[in-house]
Each structure stands twice: as structure tokens, then as C-alpha cells.
Design a protein around this ligand. Structure first.
Ligand SMILES: [Zn+2]
Length: 254
């Protein structure tokens, strides 16, 4: 997400979907044999999100990880549907429409985090303005909306995801709960870093379980380095895979 100046959520994009062969009905066990997962890469080239400490836009981090998530999930038997292609512009509502039209198990929106300006220092990287944290802010955050019609399931998925990320040695960043302008998000589970963020469009308007993951804080030197390492990306993708596998089994038995 971004910092306060740019409403985070507003960025969303979409792509053309790819595929097709979905499932029939959620109530049918066959729906779980090859479950559909909507993978949403936050932002677009025109609304690229935060600028990292290394001068890259957030959208680049999101697209890179989404590509890896899609490959790994597909290899593990999921059907993945992106909400947008890498160079595609798309509105938030279009992302939601895609999420709602595939009888999917869940939607996972991928973002990389920033912080409020009060915690940032202006720097220059690659000829453009960038920011870095004045004090360390590291970790992931997970958001869910109580306005989502499947909030309970969204929260279950969020907890499973948080548990797998914690197993990697990651910690949640709690800076979105601070009582300052632009933050103050209620924590539903501080240990797992799960926040309530009701009005995020892609979460509240989705009719399937939906979770937004801020993978790491890319204006922080340590955390940007963490999420940039290929082995860490692999671990994060695997954590997502494991959590979706567990979530699928829970949904199947409900
Ligand atoms: Zn973002």
C-alpha cells in the first residue's frame, strides 16, 4: 500500500484473465479439486504506488511476486486468475468484478508497504524522489474487511496466512495501528498482524473471501532487502501456498 498521500487501496488493476476451466459449484466437492484463486497485483503503471528506498515503484514488487505466486499455485493444482496483466490499467471495480465471477476459493491482493510521511525521510534514487524510514519499520501486514460478505472466511484465511508467515521468522509490522493521521487501523489479531480495513474496495465488494497482504516495507532498508532476496520470495510464496491449501480444506469441510 502506500502511505497516506496516496490512498492505498485505490490502486488496483486488472488484467485479462486467462483461464477458464473452472469449477462448477462451490458446494460440489469437485470445486476443491482444482480450486480457483484470484491473484490481485496491487497498483498499475499509471498508479504505481510507493517509491521504494532503492527507487523502484511498488507495482514492480507486486507484479514480480504475483508472477511467482501464480506459477507456484498453478504447479500445485490451483487455477490462478490474475486481476490484471503487468502493463494493464484497470479500475478497482473491474478487479472486483473479476474476483466475483469465477466461483473462486479466495482472492489475495498483493501489495508492498510504506509508512506515513512523518516516519519518512526524502531521498533521491534513480533521479526520482524516494523515501526511507527514519527508524526501522519492518514486517508484513494483512488486511480484511468486515464489509466483505464472507468476512468470517476471509479472517480464517488471513489467520492461516499470518501463521505461515510467522513460521518464516517474519514479524507483523504494527505501524498501521498507530493513532496518527492516516493510520489507526483496528488490529483484529496483533500477534498475526491482521487489521480491519473495511472500506478497501477490493476487499469489501468481493463476494468471495478476500485478503490483502502487505508483503514488506519497501521504504525500509532492511525490509526492502528482505523482500528482494529470491530465497525469501520463494519462502513467502510457499507460505501463501500452504495457507491456501489449509484454507481449501477448511472450506471444503464447512
Ligand atoms: Zn499498495
Amino acid at each position: 500500500m502506500k502511505k497516506g498521500m496516496l490512498p492505498v487501496i485505490l490502486c488496483v488493476v486488472f488484467i485479462l484473465i486467462g483461464p477458464p476451466s473452472f469449477i462448477d459449484a462451490r458446494s460440489d466437492d469437485s470445486s476443491f479439486e482444482k480450486p480457483v484463486v484470484i491473484i490481485d497485483a496491487g497498483h498499475t503503471n499509471k498508479m504505481p504506488g510507493a517509491v521504494s528506498i532503492t527507487g523502484k515503484y511498488e507495482v514492480e514488487y507486486n507484479d514480480n511476486l504475483v508472477s511467482k505466486i501464480s506459477n507456484v499455485l498453478t504447479g500445485a493444482g490451483f487455477v490462478t486468475i490474475p486481476t490484471r496483466n503487468p502493463n494493464q490499467e484497470i479500475k478497482l471495480e473491474e478487479r472486483v468484478n473479476i474476483a466475483n465471477s469465477h466461483n473462486a476459493l479466495a482472492m489475495l491482493s498483493i501489495h508492498h508497504d510504506s509508512a506515513q510521511l512523518v516516519y519518512l525521510e526524502l531521498i533521491e534514487k534513480n533521479g526520482k524522489k524516494a523515501y526511507r524510514t527514519r527508524k526501522p519499520i519492518s514486517g508484513y501486514s494483512i488486511f480484511v474487511s468486515k464489509k466483505n460478505s464472507q468476512f468470517d472466511s476471509s479472517f480464517i484465511f488471513a489467520k492461516l496466512l499470518g501463521e505461515e508467515l510467522i513460521k518464516l521468522g517474519r514479524k507483523p509490522t504494527l505501524h498501521h495501528a498507530e493513532p496518527i493521521p492516516g493510520e489507526g487501523r483496528p488490529l483484529l489479531d496483533a500477534d498475526l498482524g491482521i487489521y480491519q480495513y473495511d472500506d478497501l474496495v477490493v476487499l469489501k465488494q468481493s463476494t468471495i473471501p478476500a485478503v490483502l497482504l502487505e508483503v514488506g516495507v519497501i521504504v525500509d532498508q532492511t525490509d526492502e532487502a528482505y523482500v528482494t532476496r529470491l530465497d525469501h520470495q520463494e519462502s513467502i510464496v510457499n507460505a501463501i501456498l500452504v495457507s491456501l491449501g489449509k484454507f481449501k480444506n477448511i472450506q471444503k469441510n464447512r
